[in-house]
Design a protein around this ligand. Structure first.
Ligand SMILES: N[C@@H](CCC(=O)N[C@@H](CS)C(=O)NCC(=O)O)C(=O)O
Length: 275
């Protein structure tokens, strides 16, 4: 699988794989064929020798989970859009927090290369969010709280998960969104932790956190009950490769900016992000 575990949609697939105890390898830079087809759009997953699949919902469906109803999908996207805009509030935090993400390739040389090359995807997302923040204001605390509070009512009373007694696709995608908020702590995380209206949602987070206590990508571990060990970070040499790549992306701005614009346009023109 290709994807960065800060992404809620990548997390959703990782959680589904964990739930089904399916072994996987996750790399943080796209291979050439994936890049040429869908740029840095993540997740992309290949099950056994099948074709590369895009879209967390589709991948989770292939893994045996349910499809998400349209109204829930809309609510997830609204909460995602509100929270994601806060990620570049501090550019330093954005680049710094991402430096700790590990690559799962078994070969060291490939891990180092992936760290270097994935800096392009960081540049891509940084540019996209920065431009979007200039065109519309980031969600306020109240708007963020509202985008999360709708989920309270969707939890059937007495049910531990949205999927009932076991988690399903919505649980994975929403918990993925919680991981995104915890991966670069900011206003969305503060709302999730402290808004009095979200107590029921926090019960669900605790249930998910207990169930996924062995999941290697749990950014929420330090912020919600039950307290769990923090996730393992990339090594110093891996981070050096990442920062070298980041430096190159900025030095090569006249190339990386048009490349970003081209791939962002292509992903949207082909409708790959919202299939
Ligand atoms: N519907 C897709 C959404 C995937 C998505 O939007 N991923 C973001 C990262 S969080 C991305 O790669 N975006 C690239 C872009 O916007 O061009 C899914 O559920 O997998």
């Amino acid at each position: 699988m290709y994807g960065n575990d800060h992404s809620p949609w990548v997390q959703a697939v990782l959680l589904g794989l964990h739930e089904k105890q399916i072994p996987y390898t996750v790399v943080i830079a796209p291979g050439l064929s994936v890049f040429l087809n869908s740029g840095v759009l993540m997740p992309a997953a290949k099950i056994d020798d099948g074709p590369w699949l895009l879209d967390s919902g589709r991948i989770l469906f292939e893994l045996g989970f349910s499809e998400v109803e349209a109204d829930r999908r809309q609510a997830l996207l609204a909460a995602f859009a509100g929270a994601a805009m806060h990620r570049t509030e501090s550019p330093w935090q954005f680049w710094h927090r991402f430096s700790y993400v590990r690559d799962g390739h078994p070969v060291l040389a490939r891990r180092l290369w992936n760290q270097f090359w994935r800096a392009f995807s960081m540049f891509y997302f940084f540019t996209l969010i920065t431009v979007l923040r200039r065109t519309r204001p980031a969600a306020t605390t109240e708007e963020l709280a509202r985008s999360f509070s709708g989920w309270r009512e969707r939890l059937v009373s007495g049910a531990e998960f949205f999927g009932g007694s076991t988690p399903d696709t919505v649980d994975f995608q929403l918990f993925g969104l919680i991981q995104m908020c915890a991966s670069i702590p900011g206003r969305p995380l503060a709302v999730l932790r402290h808004d009095p209206e979200l107590a029921r949602l926090r019960e669900w987070i605790a249930a998910m956190q207990s169930r996924f206590s062995g999941h290697a990508h749990l950014y929420s571990a330090g912020y919600f009950e039950p307290e769990l060990p923090e996730i393992t970070s990339a090594t110093a040499i891996e981070r050096f490769c990442y920062w070298s790549g980041a430096l190159l992306m900025w030095v090569a701005f006249p190339i990386t900016l048009p490349t970003t614009v081209y791939f962002a346009w292509r992903v949207r023109r082909k409708g790959l992000q919202r299939p």
